[in-house]
Design a protein around this ligand. Structure first.
Ligand SMILES: Nc1nc2c(ncn2[C@@H]2O[C@H](COP(=O)(O)OP(=O)(O)O)[C@@H](O)[C@H]2O)c(=O)[nH]1
Ligand SMILES: [Mg+2]
Length: 446
């Protein structure tokens, strides 16, 4: 049943000052009244103090604050009670147990947000943004998620939708008055509207590559000959000693991945070796990095010591890379500055050049997002990208069917399909499987 009372601890387990236990559903107040003593269901949106008692035994479990939200003015759109218990493991768990004993059911991951969507409190894009905000590690991710939560992307898609509807209205004149010469609407006007729409749809689609990269973190792979200082650089950039550094070539055995933030943008820094696996290794190039990682790289840090010329294999390696490259001149502390050297001089020992390197990495990995001062909406998921592509294709199909002299009514079918594709993005009609997929990645209590 959709409105059964669900409950969950919304904060992570562990030692903490407080924890938050949530309760939502048509009979949430009845359940709360069996557990909170005293419980005042009329005290809307005001913190009240109470004891948590276990319903059958009446044992006092905690001394808490609770807040009551009346439907529909709550996160889920249902009656909601949020209980701030003491933190740690016992108080929240026992409060949850008491609520279950009083008739609530433990919520599935994302079930509160799922109800918010089903009750029209937020659209699908906003629900995705909730998840993205929780998963954000870099400020740029937070900005994009907050903008999406604020319906920035929803509004943009709705705008497209009304543009298509307007186009539909324009051509419907032609359907209604086919005998009129050229129709009451000038064909140039329709052409201009199609142009504007396809340009705008394409522009938003083009944010998808870096938008998805922003959500997931850009893959930055460290490459270079053995012993050039790759693992040292890795440790310096992540700010801790994760990779083992020795002067014995080939110390780094497995690829290690750690998320880092560069100028507010998220990167996934990867230190590889692959020396143990000859198949994976770019043997011919004498460069230590696995091909598998290079293929997935959004940016490559190609390392070579400061003060020496690049050898032919390194030059060849650089020339063959698909991803943008930063040439990192390592161990800069060992040699004095030489002006004409290519690349960024960096020392993992002294920290020289690290700041510049970080900026360069962000700039290369997010070249189109970085200059956007006021954050324009961008699409951050394959789901958005696919639906936008299909909306664009339908509008293009509309244009060509029209141009081929087909009846306007036939062409208009494509506009209907474009509207549906756009509505899918916002989630005007959301199917269960779309929701299942989205909320599978959520945490319990959200
Ligand atoms: N002086 C100096 N030595 C470095 C620097 N970075 C690395 N090294 C040394 O170079 C050797 C190889 O470093 P490592 O990071 O393991 O290289 P990798 O094989 O490319 O991963 C170690 O002895 C490091 O201490 C640096 O910035 N300055
Ligand atoms: Mg290494």
């Amino acid at each position: 049943m959709l409105t059964d009372v669900i409950t969950a601890v919304a904060t992570p387990p562990g030692r903490s000052a407080i924890a938050l236990v949530r309760l939502s559903g048509a009979e949430a107040f009845d359940v709360a009244a069996r557990v909170l003593e005293p419980f005042d269901r009329t005290a809307e949106r005001r913190a009240k103090r109470a004891h948590v008692v276990h319903p059958p035994t009446n044992e006092i479990l905690d001394d808490v604050l609770y807040v009551v939200y009346h439907a529909p003015a709550s996160y889920t759109g249902e009656d909601v009670v949020e209980i701030s218990t003491h933190g740690g493991l016992l108080a929240p768990a026992e409060t949850l147990g008491a609520l279950v004993a009083a008739g609530a059911r433990v919520a599935a991951p994302g079930e509160f947000t799922r109800r918010a969507v089903l009750n029209g409190k937020m659209d699908l894009l906003q629900a995705e943004a909730v998840g993205d905000l929780i998963d954000a590690t870099a400020p740029a991710q937070r900005r994009a998620a907050l903008d999406q939560l604020d319906r920035g992307l929803s509004r943009r898609i709705e705008h497209f939708r009304s543009d298509v509807l307007e186009l539909e209205a324009l051509v419907s004149y032609e359907i209604d008055f086919p005998e009129e010469d050229g129709g009451p609407v000038a064909p140039e006007r329709i052409e201009a509207a199609i142009d504007a729409l396809t340009t705008a749809l394409a522009a938003l689609s083009q944010t998808a590559a870096e938008g998805e990269r922003l959500r997931e973190g850009a893959v930055a792979v460290i490459a270079g000959r053995p012993n050039v200082g790759k693992s040292s650089l890795f440790n310096a950039l992540i700010g801790s000693e994760r990779a083992i550094v020795t002067d014995i070539a080939g110390t780094t055995r497995d690829a290690i991945e750690v998320p880092i933030t560069c100028d507010g943008f998220p990167l996934r820094l990867i230190d590889t070796a692959g020396l143990h696996s000859t198949t994976d290794r770019v043997d011919r190039l004498g460069v230590e990095v696995s091909r598998r990682y290079l293929e997935g790289a959004d940016v490559v840090l190609c390392c070579a010591e400061s003060g020496r010329d690049l050898d032919p294999t390194e030059r060849e390696f650089l020339a063959e890379l698909q991803a943008p490259v930063v040439l990192v001149r390592t161990k800069a502390d060992l040699v004095s500055t030489c002006d004409d050297e290519e690349g960024i001089r960096v020392s993992s020992m002294s920290g020289e050049g690290l700041k510049l390197l970080r900026s360069d990495l962000a700039r290369l990995a997010f070249s189109s997002l970085l200059p956007r001062a006021d954050l324009e909406p961008l699409v951050t998921r394959e789901r958005h990208r696919a639906a936008l592509r299909s909306a664009l294709e339908e509008v293009e199909a509309f244009r060509s069917v029209r141009a081929s002299g087909m009846e306007s009514a036939v062409a208009a079918v494509h506009l209907r399909a474009a509207v549906r594709a756009l509505e899918d993005i916002i989630g005007v009609v959301t199917t269960e499987d779309v929701l299942d997929r989205l909320f599978a990645t959520f945490c319990v209590g959200k």
